[in-house]
Design a protein around this ligand. Structure first.
Ligand SMILES: [Fe+2]
Length: 173
């Protein structure tokens, strides 16, 4: 692993519990300013967007997410995690949703993030992330605590599907 990436992981691990979005952004900005190499974690898949876990512990997770043109996540929340994303390459399209008292979700608005821009998720964020552009999309995500559970939503009914992370096989954790 790149020595600067290791230093970044150590910095994240030394943050106080429940860091703020601003605290996480500061760490990411510092890392990005040093152009820490994440090349070994940039992996695309023909099957769908790819989550490449760089580091996971009881406190936090760092993942590199890669989307080919046209690939997208399910509509999802982030369980008990907050997160900060920086776009390393490409343009991220984020569609946000609200959950109604009936349990149904409705689309609220869509926004785009370019290379070097940040986006954040909190405990109430429900969104769908996609790559609607011709260039590959690469983003670095930090989660506190690790993203162990996501709920998947759909626009047809109020049913929710639970996704549970499998971190077995992650190197260097
Ligand atoms: Fe997300």
């Amino acid at each position: 692993m790149d020595i600067n990436l290791r230093a970044f992981i150590n910095r994240l691990e030394s943050l106080p519990d429940n860091p703020s979005h601003d605290g996480l952004k500061k760490c990411l900005r510092e890392m990005d300013g040093r152009q820490v190499s994440i090349d070994e974690y940039v992996n695309f898949s023909e099957q769908g967007y790819k989550r490449n876990v760089v580091h996971v512990s009881s406190r936090c997770e760092i993942s590199v997410l890669c989307f080919q043109t046209g690939q997208h996540t399910p509509i999802h929340d982030h369980g008990d995690s907050i997160g900060v994303t920086i776009i390393r390459q490409g343009t991220m399209t984020e569609e946000l949703f609200d959950r109604q008292p009936t349990g149904m979700i409705v689309s609220t608005f869509t926004r785009r993030f370019q290379t070097e821009e940040f986006s954040c998720v909190n405990l109430t964020t429900i969104h769908r992330v996609s790559n609607a552009h011709s260039e590959g999309l690469v983003m670095i995500n930090i989660y506190f605590p690790p993203l162990t559970v996501m709920n998947f939503y759909n626009l047809e009914n109020a049913s929710v599907e639970k996704w549970v992370a499998d971190y077995s096989g992650v190197k260097g954790t």
